[in-house]
Design a protein around this ligand. Structure first.
Ligand SMILES: *Cc1c(COP(=O)(O)O)cnc(C)c1O
Ligand SMILES: [Zn+2]
Length: 432
Protein backbone atom coordinates (compact mmCIF):
# COMPACT_ATOMS: atom_id res chain seq x y z
CA UNK A 1 0.00 0.00 0.00
CA UNK A 2 1.41 3.39 -1.01
CA UNK A 3 1.66 6.28 1.42
CA UNK A 4 1.67 8.82 -1.39
CA UNK A 5 -1.77 9.24 -2.91
CA UNK A 6 -1.78 12.22 -5.26
CA UNK A 7 -1.09 15.90 -5.76
CA UNK A 8 -3.83 18.14 -4.45
CA UNK A 9 -4.59 21.79 -5.18
CA UNK A 10 -4.25 23.96 -2.10
CA UNK A 11 -7.03 26.25 -3.40
CA UNK A 12 -9.77 24.10 -4.95
CA UNK A 13 -8.87 20.63 -3.65
CA UNK A 14 -8.68 19.04 -7.11
CA UNK A 15 -6.50 15.92 -7.12
CA UNK A 16 -4.23 14.74 -9.91
CA UNK A 17 -1.85 11.77 -10.12
CA UNK A 18 1.71 12.21 -8.83
CA UNK A 19 3.69 13.83 -11.67
CA UNK A 20 6.27 16.59 -12.25
CA UNK A 21 3.91 19.55 -12.15
CA UNK A 22 3.22 22.26 -9.62
CA UNK A 23 0.08 24.23 -10.53
CA UNK A 24 -3.56 23.26 -10.72
CA UNK A 25 -4.93 23.21 -14.28
CA UNK A 26 -8.28 24.49 -13.10
CA UNK A 27 -7.39 27.43 -10.85
CA UNK A 28 -3.57 27.83 -10.98
CA UNK A 29 -3.35 27.13 -7.24
CA UNK A 30 -0.19 25.41 -5.90
CA UNK A 31 -0.15 21.61 -5.62
CA UNK A 32 0.80 19.73 -2.46
CA UNK A 33 1.59 16.06 -1.98
CA UNK A 34 -1.29 14.18 -0.36
CA UNK A 35 -0.43 11.23 1.90
CA UNK A 36 -2.44 8.34 3.26
CA UNK A 37 -1.92 9.32 6.90
CA UNK A 38 -3.47 6.09 8.17
CA UNK A 39 -0.70 4.24 6.34
CA UNK A 40 1.93 6.73 7.58
CA UNK A 41 0.66 6.26 11.15
CA UNK A 42 1.06 2.48 10.83
CA UNK A 43 4.71 2.89 9.86
CA UNK A 44 5.96 5.77 11.96
CA UNK A 45 6.64 6.14 15.68
CA UNK A 46 9.12 7.95 17.90
CA UNK A 47 11.03 4.64 18.09
CA UNK A 48 11.13 4.06 14.32
CA UNK A 49 12.41 7.62 13.85
CA UNK A 50 15.10 7.29 16.54
CA UNK A 51 16.29 4.08 14.89
CA UNK A 52 16.77 5.88 11.56
CA UNK A 53 19.90 7.61 10.23
CA UNK A 54 21.08 10.97 11.69
CA UNK A 55 19.76 12.88 8.66
CA UNK A 56 16.45 14.06 7.21
CA UNK A 57 15.89 10.47 6.06
CA UNK A 58 14.97 9.35 9.58
CA UNK A 59 11.61 10.97 8.66
CA UNK A 60 11.37 9.16 5.32
CA UNK A 61 7.80 7.99 5.98
CA UNK A 62 6.78 11.66 5.99
CA UNK A 63 8.63 12.51 2.77
CA UNK A 64 7.24 12.11 -0.78
CA UNK A 65 9.84 9.66 -2.13
CA UNK A 66 8.94 5.97 -2.51
CA UNK A 67 12.28 4.39 -1.74
CA UNK A 68 11.61 0.65 -1.35
CA UNK A 69 15.16 -0.66 -1.25
CA UNK A 70 16.68 2.36 -3.02
CA UNK A 71 18.92 4.76 -1.18
CA UNK A 72 18.07 8.46 -1.36
CA UNK A 73 20.56 10.95 -2.79
CA UNK A 74 22.07 12.14 0.45
CA UNK A 75 25.11 13.99 1.80
CA UNK A 76 23.98 13.63 5.42
CA UNK A 77 21.78 16.73 5.36
CA UNK A 78 19.69 17.66 8.37
CA UNK A 79 19.81 16.58 12.01
CA UNK A 80 21.63 19.85 12.65
CA UNK A 81 22.21 21.09 16.20
CA UNK A 82 19.41 22.71 18.19
CA UNK A 83 21.47 24.93 20.42
CA UNK A 84 20.22 26.40 23.70
CA UNK A 85 21.23 30.07 23.57
CA UNK A 86 21.63 31.32 27.16
CA UNK A 87 23.89 34.26 26.28
CA UNK A 88 21.71 35.67 23.52
CA UNK A 89 18.73 34.77 25.71
CA UNK A 90 20.11 36.90 28.53
CA UNK A 91 20.49 39.88 26.20
CA UNK A 92 16.92 39.42 24.97
CA UNK A 93 15.26 38.34 28.22
CA UNK A 94 14.50 34.78 27.09
CA UNK A 95 15.47 31.81 29.26
CA UNK A 96 14.39 29.16 26.75
CA UNK A 97 15.75 30.54 23.51
CA UNK A 98 17.09 28.03 20.96
CA UNK A 99 18.97 28.39 17.69
CA UNK A 100 18.30 25.72 15.08
CA UNK A 101 21.72 25.85 13.47
CA UNK A 102 21.05 24.88 9.86
CA UNK A 103 24.33 26.44 8.77
CA UNK A 104 25.74 22.97 9.57
CA UNK A 105 24.29 21.33 6.46
CA UNK A 106 26.55 19.85 3.72
CA UNK A 107 26.50 23.03 1.60
CA UNK A 108 25.83 25.18 4.66
CA UNK A 109 22.22 26.13 4.17
CA UNK A 110 18.78 24.65 4.77
CA UNK A 111 18.43 24.16 0.98
CA UNK A 112 20.22 20.80 1.30
CA UNK A 113 17.07 19.40 2.92
CA UNK A 114 14.79 20.30 0.03
CA UNK A 115 17.31 19.42 -2.67
CA UNK A 116 18.08 15.98 -1.22
CA UNK A 117 14.35 15.19 -1.45
CA UNK A 118 13.94 16.76 -4.91
CA UNK A 119 16.94 15.00 -6.46
CA UNK A 120 16.00 11.67 -4.88
CA UNK A 121 12.50 12.00 -6.37
CA UNK A 122 13.74 13.16 -9.79
CA UNK A 123 16.32 10.37 -10.11
CA UNK A 124 13.67 7.73 -9.42
CA UNK A 125 11.47 9.34 -12.07
CA UNK A 126 14.28 9.00 -14.59
CA UNK A 127 15.22 12.67 -14.98
CA UNK A 128 18.74 13.23 -16.24
CA UNK A 129 19.00 16.97 -15.62
CA UNK A 130 18.44 18.78 -12.33
CA UNK A 131 18.00 22.54 -12.57
CA UNK A 132 16.95 25.51 -10.45
CA UNK A 133 16.38 29.24 -10.37
CA UNK A 134 18.38 30.41 -7.39
CA UNK A 135 19.18 33.34 -5.12
CA UNK A 136 22.46 31.50 -4.32
CA UNK A 137 21.99 28.81 -1.70
CA UNK A 138 19.80 26.65 -3.90
CA UNK A 139 22.50 26.81 -6.60
CA UNK A 140 25.08 25.51 -4.08
CA UNK A 141 22.84 22.61 -3.12
CA UNK A 142 21.65 21.66 -6.61
CA UNK A 143 25.23 21.67 -7.91
CA UNK A 144 26.43 19.44 -5.07
CA UNK A 145 23.55 16.96 -5.16
CA UNK A 146 23.59 16.71 -8.97
CA UNK A 147 27.27 15.78 -8.67
CA UNK A 148 26.49 13.27 -5.95
CA UNK A 149 23.66 11.71 -7.97
CA UNK A 150 25.66 11.62 -11.20
CA UNK A 151 23.10 13.83 -12.96
CA UNK A 152 23.57 16.95 -15.06
CA UNK A 153 23.10 20.18 -13.08
CA UNK A 154 21.96 23.53 -14.48
CA UNK A 155 21.78 26.50 -12.15
CA UNK A 156 20.25 29.83 -13.17
CA UNK A 157 21.42 32.75 -11.03
CA UNK A 158 21.34 36.56 -11.04
CA UNK A 159 24.71 37.85 -12.29
CA UNK A 160 25.20 40.02 -9.16
CA UNK A 161 25.33 37.10 -6.70
CA UNK A 162 27.84 37.12 -3.82
CA UNK A 163 31.28 35.96 -5.00
CA UNK A 164 31.46 33.23 -2.37
CA UNK A 165 28.21 31.69 -3.58
CA UNK A 166 29.41 31.65 -7.18
CA UNK A 167 32.77 30.00 -6.37
CA UNK A 168 31.22 27.44 -3.99
CA UNK A 169 28.73 26.44 -6.67
CA UNK A 170 31.16 26.39 -9.62
CA UNK A 171 33.44 23.94 -7.81
CA UNK A 172 30.86 21.17 -8.35
CA UNK A 173 31.00 21.89 -12.10
CA UNK A 174 27.36 22.39 -12.93
CA UNK A 175 26.44 24.48 -15.96
CA UNK A 176 25.99 27.99 -14.54
CA UNK A 177 23.65 30.27 -16.40
CA UNK A 178 24.20 33.84 -15.19
CA UNK A 179 21.36 36.22 -15.97
CA UNK A 180 21.47 39.99 -16.16
CA UNK A 181 18.40 40.45 -14.00
CA UNK A 182 17.12 39.93 -10.47
CA UNK A 183 15.85 36.65 -9.02
CA UNK A 184 12.25 37.28 -10.06
CA UNK A 185 13.41 37.64 -13.67
CA UNK A 186 15.55 34.49 -13.44
CA UNK A 187 12.54 32.64 -12.08
CA UNK A 188 10.31 33.87 -14.89
CA UNK A 189 12.79 32.63 -17.50
CA UNK A 190 12.97 29.20 -15.84
CA UNK A 191 9.18 29.00 -15.70
CA UNK A 192 9.17 29.44 -19.49
CA UNK A 193 11.96 26.84 -19.94
CA UNK A 194 10.08 24.22 -17.89
CA UNK A 195 7.57 23.87 -20.72
CA UNK A 196 10.31 23.45 -23.33
CA UNK A 197 12.73 21.05 -21.63
CA UNK A 198 12.43 17.65 -19.99
CA UNK A 199 14.32 18.81 -16.91
CA UNK A 200 13.53 18.69 -13.21
CA UNK A 201 13.58 22.29 -11.97
CA UNK A 202 13.71 21.77 -8.20
CA UNK A 203 11.76 24.87 -7.26
CA UNK A 204 9.42 24.93 -10.28
CA UNK A 205 7.94 21.80 -11.83
CA UNK A 206 8.98 19.43 -9.03
CA UNK A 207 8.31 21.98 -6.28
CA UNK A 208 5.58 19.90 -4.56
CA UNK A 209 8.20 17.22 -3.74
CA UNK A 210 11.10 19.63 -3.15
CA UNK A 211 9.17 21.78 -0.69
CA UNK A 212 8.24 18.79 1.48
CA UNK A 213 11.89 18.51 2.51
CA UNK A 214 11.50 21.73 4.53
CA UNK A 215 9.27 19.93 7.02
CA UNK A 216 12.24 18.06 8.45
CA UNK A 217 13.54 21.23 10.10
CA UNK A 218 10.44 21.35 12.28
CA UNK A 219 10.35 17.57 12.90
CA UNK A 220 13.92 17.80 14.18
CA UNK A 221 13.18 20.80 16.36
CA UNK A 222 10.36 18.89 18.06
CA UNK A 223 12.41 15.71 18.41
CA UNK A 224 15.40 17.63 19.83
CA UNK A 225 13.15 19.41 22.36
CA UNK A 226 12.13 15.94 23.63
CA UNK A 227 9.15 15.56 21.27
CA UNK A 228 7.64 18.92 22.13
CA UNK A 229 6.78 21.81 19.85
CA UNK A 230 8.07 25.22 21.00
CA UNK A 231 5.80 28.19 21.78
CA UNK A 232 7.02 30.21 18.80
CA UNK A 233 9.31 29.80 15.80
CA UNK A 234 10.97 32.69 13.93
CA UNK A 235 11.49 31.84 10.25
CA UNK A 236 13.10 33.86 7.42
CA UNK A 237 10.83 34.35 4.41
CA UNK A 238 11.80 34.46 0.75
CA UNK A 239 9.10 32.70 -1.31
CA UNK A 240 7.39 31.66 1.93
CA UNK A 241 7.55 28.05 0.81
CA UNK A 242 9.31 26.69 3.89
CA UNK A 243 7.15 28.75 6.27
CA UNK A 244 4.03 27.04 4.91
CA UNK A 245 5.68 23.62 5.22
CA UNK A 246 6.69 24.21 8.85
CA UNK A 247 3.01 24.73 9.58
CA UNK A 248 2.21 21.47 7.82
CA UNK A 249 4.99 19.66 9.70
CA UNK A 250 3.70 20.83 13.08
CA UNK A 251 0.16 19.76 12.11
CA UNK A 252 1.44 16.29 11.14
CA UNK A 253 3.39 15.86 14.40
CA UNK A 254 0.27 16.76 16.37
CA UNK A 255 -2.12 14.61 14.33
CA UNK A 256 0.19 11.58 14.36
CA UNK A 257 0.58 11.83 18.14
CA UNK A 258 4.38 12.21 17.88
CA UNK A 259 4.15 15.24 20.16
CA UNK A 260 1.89 15.05 23.19
CA UNK A 261 0.60 16.98 26.20
CA UNK A 262 1.57 20.65 26.46
CA UNK A 263 4.13 20.09 23.66
CA UNK A 264 1.34 19.31 21.19
CA UNK A 265 0.00 22.84 20.65
CA UNK A 266 0.50 24.54 17.27
CA UNK A 267 3.40 27.00 17.73
CA UNK A 268 3.01 30.64 16.75
CA UNK A 269 4.79 30.96 13.42
CA UNK A 270 6.54 34.31 12.92
CA UNK A 271 8.16 35.47 9.68
CA UNK A 272 11.26 37.62 9.17
CA UNK A 273 12.09 39.77 6.14
CA UNK A 274 14.56 42.50 5.20
CA UNK A 275 12.92 45.92 4.94
CA UNK A 276 14.54 46.18 1.48
CA UNK A 277 12.44 43.22 0.34
CA UNK A 278 9.43 43.00 2.64
CA UNK A 279 6.29 42.33 0.57
CA UNK A 280 5.02 39.76 3.08
CA UNK A 281 5.67 41.93 6.16
CA UNK A 282 3.84 44.76 4.37
CA UNK A 283 0.94 42.45 3.51
CA UNK A 284 0.72 41.36 7.14
CA UNK A 285 0.11 45.02 8.06
CA UNK A 286 -2.71 45.42 5.55
CA UNK A 287 -6.24 44.44 6.56
CA UNK A 288 -6.79 42.44 3.36
CA UNK A 289 -3.39 40.67 3.66
CA UNK A 290 -2.77 41.23 -0.04
CA UNK A 291 0.86 40.78 -1.22
CA UNK A 292 2.06 43.53 -3.57
CA UNK A 293 5.28 42.59 -5.44
CA UNK A 294 8.34 44.81 -4.86
CA UNK A 295 11.76 45.29 -6.46
CA UNK A 296 14.29 43.91 -3.92
CA UNK A 297 17.12 46.07 -2.62
CA UNK A 298 18.91 44.40 0.30
CA UNK A 299 22.14 42.65 1.32
CA UNK A 300 19.97 39.65 2.31
CA UNK A 301 20.12 38.32 -1.24
CA UNK A 302 19.27 34.73 -0.39
CA UNK A 303 15.81 35.84 0.71
CA UNK A 304 15.33 38.69 -1.78
CA UNK A 305 12.23 37.51 -3.63
CA UNK A 306 10.05 40.44 -4.61
CA UNK A 307 7.11 38.35 -5.81
CA UNK A 308 6.84 35.54 -3.23
CA UNK A 309 4.71 32.62 -4.45
CA UNK A 310 3.52 31.62 -0.97
CA UNK A 311 3.31 35.11 0.53
CA UNK A 312 -0.47 35.11 0.95
CA UNK A 313 -0.38 31.74 2.75
CA UNK A 314 2.34 33.04 5.08
CA UNK A 315 0.14 35.97 6.12
CA UNK A 316 -2.81 33.65 6.81
CA UNK A 317 -0.74 31.13 8.79
CA UNK A 318 1.05 33.82 10.82
CA UNK A 319 -2.34 35.32 11.72
CA UNK A 320 -4.09 32.03 12.49
CA UNK A 321 -1.29 30.77 14.76
CA UNK A 322 -0.84 34.10 16.59
CA UNK A 323 2.49 34.90 14.94
CA UNK A 324 3.55 38.09 13.12
CA UNK A 325 5.62 38.98 10.05
CA UNK A 326 8.11 41.77 10.66
CA UNK A 327 11.17 43.24 8.97
CA UNK A 328 14.51 44.90 9.82
CA UNK A 329 16.81 47.48 8.23
CA UNK A 330 20.16 46.73 6.57
CA UNK A 331 22.01 47.92 9.69
CA UNK A 332 19.84 45.70 11.90
CA UNK A 333 20.68 42.70 9.66
CA UNK A 334 24.41 43.27 10.20
CA UNK A 335 23.88 43.82 13.93
CA UNK A 336 21.86 40.58 14.03
CA UNK A 337 24.74 38.65 12.45
CA UNK A 338 27.22 40.22 14.89
CA UNK A 339 24.97 39.69 17.92
CA UNK A 340 24.56 35.96 17.26
CA UNK A 341 28.28 35.52 16.59
CA UNK A 342 29.37 37.49 19.66
CA UNK A 343 26.93 35.83 22.09
CA UNK A 344 26.74 32.23 20.89
CA UNK A 345 29.68 31.66 18.54
CA UNK A 346 27.44 30.99 15.54
CA UNK A 347 28.24 32.74 12.27
CA UNK A 348 25.27 33.20 9.98
CA UNK A 349 24.77 34.80 6.61
CA UNK A 350 22.57 37.82 6.01
CA UNK A 351 19.34 35.75 6.05
CA UNK A 352 20.19 34.67 9.61
CA UNK A 353 20.94 38.32 10.40
CA UNK A 354 17.37 39.06 9.33
CA UNK A 355 16.02 36.31 11.60
CA UNK A 356 18.06 37.40 14.63
CA UNK A 357 17.27 41.05 13.86
CA UNK A 358 13.52 40.38 13.92
CA UNK A 359 13.89 38.16 17.00
CA UNK A 360 15.73 40.97 18.84
CA UNK A 361 13.28 43.63 17.67
CA UNK A 362 10.27 41.63 18.89
CA UNK A 363 11.95 40.64 22.17
CA UNK A 364 12.83 44.28 22.93
CA UNK A 365 9.22 45.26 22.21
CA UNK A 366 8.18 42.82 24.98
CA UNK A 367 6.59 40.16 22.81
CA UNK A 368 7.56 37.19 25.04
CA UNK A 369 7.37 36.16 28.69
CA UNK A 370 10.87 35.24 29.86
CA UNK A 371 10.10 31.51 30.12
CA UNK A 372 8.54 30.93 26.70
CA UNK A 373 10.30 28.50 24.38
CA UNK A 374 11.31 30.41 21.25
CA UNK A 375 13.28 28.86 18.38
CA UNK A 376 15.01 30.87 15.64
CA UNK A 377 15.73 29.04 12.37
CA UNK A 378 19.24 30.06 11.27
CA UNK A 379 19.26 28.88 7.68
CA UNK A 380 22.63 29.79 6.11
CA UNK A 381 26.33 30.10 7.03
CA UNK A 382 28.15 33.40 7.45
CA UNK A 383 31.03 32.52 5.13
CA UNK A 384 28.57 32.65 2.24
CA UNK A 385 28.15 36.41 2.65
CA UNK A 386 31.29 37.33 4.59
CA UNK A 387 31.88 40.27 2.22
CA UNK A 388 29.09 42.29 3.88
CA UNK A 389 31.26 42.52 7.03
CA UNK A 390 34.15 44.20 5.24
CA UNK A 391 35.17 47.31 7.16
CA UNK A 392 33.26 46.32 10.34
CA UNK A 393 36.05 44.40 12.10
CA UNK A 394 37.39 47.36 14.18
CA UNK A 395 40.94 46.02 13.99
CA UNK A 396 43.70 47.55 16.10
CA UNK A 397 46.88 48.71 14.34
CA UNK A 398 49.43 45.90 13.97
CA UNK A 399 52.22 45.88 16.57
CA UNK A 400 55.87 44.70 16.46
CA UNK A 401 56.41 41.14 17.74
CA UNK A 402 57.61 42.20 21.21
CA UNK A 403 56.24 41.75 24.74
CA UNK A 404 56.81 45.44 25.37
CA UNK A 405 54.71 46.48 22.41
CA UNK A 406 51.99 44.03 23.42
CA UNK A 407 51.95 45.38 27.00
CA UNK A 408 51.94 48.96 25.82
CA UNK A 409 48.92 48.37 23.62
CA UNK A 410 46.89 45.96 25.71
CA UNK A 411 48.00 47.13 29.14
CA UNK A 412 46.47 45.83 32.36
CA UNK A 413 43.93 43.65 30.58
CA UNK A 414 46.80 41.40 29.56
CA UNK A 415 49.02 41.23 32.67
CA UNK A 416 51.60 38.53 31.90
CA UNK A 417 52.02 36.21 34.95
CA UNK A 418 55.48 36.13 36.54
CA UNK A 419 55.76 32.36 36.02
CA UNK A 420 55.02 31.33 32.47
CA UNK A 421 52.76 28.37 31.87
CA UNK A 422 49.75 26.92 33.64
CA UNK A 423 48.25 28.44 36.76
CA UNK A 424 49.15 26.41 39.86
CA UNK A 425 45.93 25.28 41.62
CA UNK A 426 45.44 26.94 45.00
CA UNK A 427 44.08 25.06 48.01
CA UNK A 428 40.59 26.36 47.29
CA UNK A 429 40.53 24.96 43.75
CA UNK A 430 42.31 21.66 44.39
CA UNK A 431 39.84 18.76 44.52
CA UNK A 432 39.75 16.99 47.88
C1 LIG B 1 15.90 29.92 0.48
C2 LIG B 1 16.26 30.46 1.82
C3 LIG B 1 15.29 30.88 2.74
C4 LIG B 1 13.82 31.03 2.46
O1 LIG B 1 13.14 30.04 1.87
P1 LIG B 1 11.69 30.19 1.25
O2 LIG B 1 11.16 28.82 1.41
O3 LIG B 1 11.85 30.57 -0.19
O4 LIG B 1 10.90 31.21 2.01
C5 LIG B 1 15.73 31.27 3.99
N1 LIG B 1 17.03 31.28 4.32
C6 LIG B 1 17.98 30.90 3.47
C7 LIG B 1 19.41 30.96 3.91
C8 LIG B 1 17.64 30.47 2.19
O5 LIG B 1 18.62 30.10 1.36
ZN1 LIG C 1 -7.15 24.30 -8.10
Amino acid sequence: MSRILSLQCRECGTEIPVSPTHVCDLCFGPLDVRYDYAEVARRVSRESISAGPPSIWRYRELLPVELDDDEPVTLGEGFTPLVHAPNLGEVLGLRNLYIKNDTMNPTNSFKDRVVSVAVSWARRQGFETIACASTGNLANAVAAYAARAGLRGYVFIPANLEEAKVATTAVFRPTMVRINGNYDEVNRLCTELVDLLDWAFCNINIRPFYSEGSKTLTYETAEQLGWRLPDEIVIPIASGCQFVKHHRAARELIDLGLVTGSGAAMPRLTGAQALGCSPVAAAFQRADGHVVPVRPDTIAKSIAIGNPSDGGYVVRIARSTGGVVDCVTEEEILEGMELLARTEGIFTETAGGVTVGVLAKLARAGRWRHDETVVAYITGHGLKTAEVLNGRSQLEEAIPPSVRAFRERFGAAAEVPAVAGRRVPTAATTPA
